[in-house]
Design a protein around this ligand. Structure first.
Ligand code: GUN
Ligand code: FE
Length: 426
């Protein structure tokens, strides 16, 4: 037997599809060469004698994916939640991000972020840095050291920001991006670049054209923001009068999904029917960020619709619009806001179920990274161990109920182990 083969034993929970949550008590999940060999009630003969971590009945779930967050906003999370998006960016976010021109500041702050992300239930993430090349590389170095698998983007922004946080020109932004890509080439195993035009108001047409060239040449995925806030959407319409809807402002430059340009768009709170149809056609990933959408009062995204239409949906913490790095917490938030949307906005759109939100947090976002987010044979072995012995109960409860309560209570202290592609993180 290959020496990279081992098993975890416990109460194993994973999704097969949005409506199917599988739980197996006293079961084994086997990892072979970083990939799941499947879940077994009895360990097959060929695996007898492999190393086994017996979690004594803890829950073992696939690693969670955070499809959208801003690393430089981590250290001011949970403050400044009194404004809407555009004022929030100008008042709190841009001044904070401008500090990342200083590598010493960036290193101190990014170290705090990387340590906490490592400890969380997140195994994969798509991360915005800032426009600064040196700080972005520091962030990538630190994330590589965590063992997590991430996409990291140096942010592009050449208009409408602030003098201390704006690139001089489209050409300067493109040049910095090319320099960044050349400096990190071959440097990492788990940390990959992703093209990151901040959002349409921050990027001139010239810059978008330059980025489209870089995207093609380097075969990069793209991440950005879409239809988050009503004032933002009205502004995009003014800035891009030739477009019918916000998504076209990316699509016209070829930066909106499709076979050769995987794309993550955060929020999609107010996407029109036409925008939704285009996202669907292009296979765009929607990063649903319920905490952020609540805190900066953006609204409630129609996730039930996206799921029912068979679109790609994952969860984003959207630090620091969102205040919690926990994707367990984002799962609870997503279910709660789906109930408010159902009650207050559209009673034909039923709230998300536990099965559905578990699917979205695991396979939904994980699939952006490949076969990620389940324990079915052939999926990358990303696993999180959740020990709930600090939550005693006199009544009998099912494994699904144990999982539900760990999601709602979303306490990092319950996380006692984590693996990424078969590598033990802790
Ligand atoms: N749109 C453009 N930049 C940002 C950001 O930093 N956070 C959020 N939530 N939306 C944005
Ligand atoms: Fe964001």
């Amino acid at each position: 037997m290959n020496k990279n083969t081992f098993a975890l034993k416990g109460t194993i929970c994973y999704s097969r599809d949005p409506n199917t949550l599988i739980t197996a008590e006293n079961a084994w999940v086997v990892c072979e060469n970083g990939v799941s060999a499947g879940v077994f009630q009895e360990l097959p003969e060929k695996y007898r004698g492999i190393p086994c971590r017996d979690t004594k009945g803890s829950l073992i779930i696939p690693g969670l994916t955070d499809l959208h967050l801003h690393a430089p906003q981590y250290t001011f999370r949970a403050t400044g939640m009194d404004l809407e998006l555009l004022d929030w960016l100008n008042t709190y976010t841009f001044p904070e991000e401008s500090k990342y021109a200083d590598p010493a500041y960036a290193e101190a702050a990014y170290r705090i972020f990387a340590d906490d992300l490592k400890r969380s239930a997140t195994t994969r993430a798509a991360v915005f840095a800032t426009l600064h090349v040196e700080a972005t590389e520091l962030l990538m170095d630190l994330l590589e050291d965590t063992g997590l698998i991430t996409f990291v983007g140096k942010v592009n922004m050449d208009r409408n920001s602030s003098p201390s946080l704006e690139e001089e020109s489209a050409a300067a932004s493109a040049e910095a991006t090319i320099r960044w890509l050349s400096e990190i080439k071959g440097r990492y195993k788990n940390t990959r670049p992703i093209l990151t035009p901040r959002f349409t108001p921050s990027c001139t047409d010239e810059l978008m054209k330059e980025l489209a060239v870089i995207q093609k040449e380097h075969q990069l995925p793209v991440q950005s923001h879409l239809s988050e806030n009503l004032s933002e959407i009205a502004w995009v319409q003014e800035l891009c009068p030739n477009t019918r809807f916000y998504g076209e402002a990316y699509e016209q430059f070829g930066l909106f999904g499709g076979e050769t340009c995987p794309a993550i768009m955060a929020h999609c709170v107010y996407s029109s029917d036409e925008e939704i149809a285009l996202m669907k056609k292009q296979g765009v990933y929607i990063a649903h960020c319920p905490s952020s959408n609540t805190n900066i009062a953006s609204g409630i995204a129609p996730v039930r619709r996206y799921l029912d239409e068979g679109m790609h949906v994952g969860l984003g913490s959207d630090i620091a619009g969102g205040f919690s790095l926990s994707i367990l917490r984002a799962m609870a938030d997503a279910v709660q806001v789906s109930k408010l949307r159902w009650r207050l906005i559209d009673n034909t759109m039923k709230p998300l179920t536990l099965e559905e939100i578990f699917y979205i947090a695991t396979i939904g976002g994980g699939s952006f990274f490949g076969r990620v987010g389940s324990f079915e044979k052939g999926y990358a072995f990303d696993a999180v161990i959740l020990d709930d012995t600090n939550l005693p109960h006199p009544q009998a409860i099912s494994s699904k109920e144990r999982l539900e309560r760990l999601i709602y209570l979303s306490d990092d202290r319950n996380i006692t182990g984590k693996y990424v592609s078969g590598k033990k993180i802790f």
